[in-house]
Design a protein around this ligand. Sequence first.
Ligand code: THU
Length: 130
Amino acid sequence: MSLIERARAARENAHAPYSGFGVGAALRTESGAVFAGCNAENAAYPEGTCAETGAIAAMVAAGARRIAEIAIIADTPEPISPCGGCRQRIAEFAGPRTRIVMATLSGRMRTATLEELLPGAFASAQLPRG
Ligand code: THU
């Protein structure tokens, strides 16, 4: 199953009763493992989490740390791109040239690198003890 198909399957489980906007994400690690996530909204709205965040948490929980590629899918006319917070979360575990694939249920697709979506990212190297 392709990364987009994995993201599509995860989206089926999205918990989005407040926005009605289900999102799925799936990432492949450098060692080839795939982890998927979906958005999980909450009655306390700000506590909801994005699909990308769920996929990253699953990867970290399994002991993996490097994202080789990540796909995001939603039911929109044009592909959606990750929110600012998720771009930063992806950057923690990816490189500037990591591919981010954005897809729609109808089959439209756009690809960008992390560097294109988050130029000048803040990273651990900028921390005093980085
Ligand atoms: N959402 C994601 O899961 N990923 C994105 O890249 C954009 C937005 C979710 C958050 C919220 O549950 C819903 O989509 C509407 O913003």
